[in-house]
Design a protein around this ligand. Sequence first.
Ligand code: ZN
Length: 304
Amino acid sequence: MMERVKWPEGKRSAVMFSFDLDGDVIWRNMSADEPNAGKLIRARSIGQYGPNRCVDMILDLLDKYKVKATFYVPGFVAEHNREVVRRIADAGHEIGNHGYTHERFVEKTVEEQRAIIGKTQRIIKEITGKEPEGFRTPSGDWHVRTPYILSEMGFAYSSSMRGDDKPYYTVLDGEESDLVEIPSKWELDDYVAQAYSVYPAEPSGLDRISCYRNVQDNDIREFRGYYDMGLCIVFLMHPQISGAPGRILVLEEVLKEITSHEDVWIATGREIAKYWKQAYPRKNQQSHKPGSRRNTPDGGGKEA
Ligand SMILES: [Zn+2]
């Protein structure tokens, strides 16, 4: 028998709404292999639409349903949209670290990764007065040492992986570390069903924008599954995609459905990580020291 997770105040399941405020860096990165990289002004304008316009529509909607969300922001985007980031934080939402220019961490050395993460921590703290406690890895995968770096730098959690349907402790050197992972899923990522650009092609090789009714139906069915089983669902959205006028109606229907259940805990990443550490303390509480350098099959000890 699957053991049910206990959520605060006897709630049945948990929901986290998260938004990756990638601005135009993602569309620049996406075109990195293109001969005209950096010159694709229309593609970049898709991303700029997020902070310029959609964030405020999303903030209004979240306020209407009294929902607090988590926004992961690359440092470069925060630097160029200070007022937007401040508005998000002032409305009581959490701001998390999402790299500096949405780097592919797997291609970076340990020192480069530390510098990227640290730079974004400083920028966000300067804007909001608070250093992020959460991290979401940008495009592609993370490096084998990335979770060690996050743990060493004192991050409370990451929301980057796909390994469960509820939070778990990241295993480092064969033992559970203090880094909580709050996993999402590709099927909960609006990019998969709805990101679209003709040139450069996004998604490459496919030509479609999914039917909004189906997207809404998928989101609500996903919620019902997590709700029935008492798990933690993490919606992963991008303002320029889910915050546009037609699509925000989908988000509204999803919010309406979820907030109609009084026994659902809607929380930010920081709140979920904090609760998890308290309610489900990790094994080997004392033994794992971040940064220890034993060799393990997952690549412990390898520096770059
Ligand atoms: Zn992103």
